[in-house]
Ligand binder design. Structure first.
Ligand SMILES: Cc1ncc(COP(=O)(O)O)c(C=O)c1O
Length: 363
């Protein structure tokens, strides 16, 4: 592929000397489980995100699962979320034995529509999981107001939004808990799987630390049945180095999105609006089109990658056939029309122009 969706090689090359030497040092220290780099990364990321506690774990999926458990969500509970997301958001709800209740999205931001949340609340509802999809913060003021009025816990799915700010606050610092993924292609990605849960609650933080480590607060003493879900020391080495560059990476993602929007502005494509009151960190550059397949075919013939996030919304997935059946017209329409094009911090103006030329030839 001449232009891939992300260029992890290019990013590694730019940090190679620092990463290689820090990795060799960690290998020499041999403190591989909950070692010094994990501890340091937890401190540094808590500081960066403006939260009291940042507790690492093995993946973004685990971060959601651990957050739900710490929040006490379990069998019989209903959790309101979006169907326009990666399956992990609702898988985690199932892991704790609760039921996902899917609510429709806004046609512009593609985030959960707060105006539709109230109608989905029942006496069983205990939590809301908004997803900051593609890196754009959801309407957190409205969501938090609903949660306060109905005594619901808010767990932010920040897998795609590391470093994005909603008004004055980082995503992940607004709800009761925030769940992040460090999957390699994420805005802050490691070189394998990794995750993080953020919270300002001492109690939740303590529970998260116990759950991620076999339910243990003291070695070989197990208070509850927990999990083996710890961030690997070597991944923490990578994350500490990349964290220093995250603002620069996100700025560059915004630059790429702005250039795309400018070059595509006179076409029939619906490009993503860039909000003024919050930071969109463009984990994905996703547009809405009418002839998605022919555009994709043409673009791929020019050796340019594209992807569809997400072709089948969660309420229509086989895996959720036993969840309450709902019709979500905006989600369904967006799933039919969405397509994402390459975006990564190192993307050159030349590469963006090449992608846009191919798109414009096809629309
Ligand atoms: C919105 C969302 N939630 C959760 C996850 C799960 O993260 P992970 O792949 O690290 O388990 C992802 C990652 O793909 C995601 O995009």
């Amino acid at each position: 592929m001449q232009i891939p969706m992300v260029d992890l090689k290019g990013q590694y090359e730019s940090l190679k000397a620092e990463i290689d030497s820090a990795m060799l040092q960690a290998l020499g220290e041999t403190r591989f489980i909950l070692g010094p780099n994990v501890q340091a990364f937890e401190q540094e990321s808590a500081e960066y995100l403006g939260v009291k506690h940042a507790v690492t774990c093995a993946s973004g999926t685990d971060a959601l699962h651990l957050a739900l458990r710490a929040a006490g969500i379990g069998p019989g509970d209903e959790v309101i979320t979006t169907a326009f997301t990666f399956i992990a958001t609702a898988e985690a709800i199932r892991y704790v034995g609760a039921t996902p209740v899917f609510v429709d999205i806004q046609s512009d931001s593609l985030n959960i529509d707060p105006g539709k949340i109230k109608a989905a609340i029942t006496e069983k509802t205990t939590a809301i999981i908004p997803v900051h999809i593609f890196g754009q913060p959801a309407d957190m003021d409205e969501i938090m107001a609903i949660a306060r009025a109905h005594d619901l816990k808010v767990i932010e799915d920040c897998a795609q939004s590391f470093g994005s700010r909603y008004h004055q606050n980082m995503t992940g610092s607004i709800g009761a808990l925030g769940a992040f993924s460090f999957f390699p292609s994420k805005n802050l990605g490691c070189y394998g799987d990794g995750g993080l849960v953020t919270t300002n609650s001492d109690e939740f933080a303590q529970e998260l630390k116990i759950y991620r480590n076999h339910g243990s607060s003291k070695q070989y003493h197990h208070d509850v049945i927990g999990y083996n879900s710890r961030l690997d020391e070597l991944q923490a080495v990578i994350l500490r180095i990349k964290l220093k560059h995250i603002d620069d990476y996100n700025q560059n993602r915004l630059r790429v999105a702005q250039t795309y929007n400018e070059l595509l502005k006179d076409s029939p494509i619906t490009t993503p609006a860039i909000p003024q009151d919050r930071d969109h960190v463009f984990h994905q550059y996703t547009v809405l089109v009418d002839h998605r397949d022919s555009i994709k075919d043409h673009v791929i013939s020019k050796q340019i990658a594209s992807a569809v996030y997400y072709p089948v919304p969660l309420h229509q997935q086989q895996a959720f056939r036993d969840a309450p059946q709902v019709s979500l017209p905006v989600t369904e329409a967006v799933s039919r029309r969405c397509v994402s094009f390459p975006i990564f911090p190192e993307m050159t103006e030349e590469q963006i122009k090449t992608v846009c030329t191919a798109i414009l030839e096809a629309v």
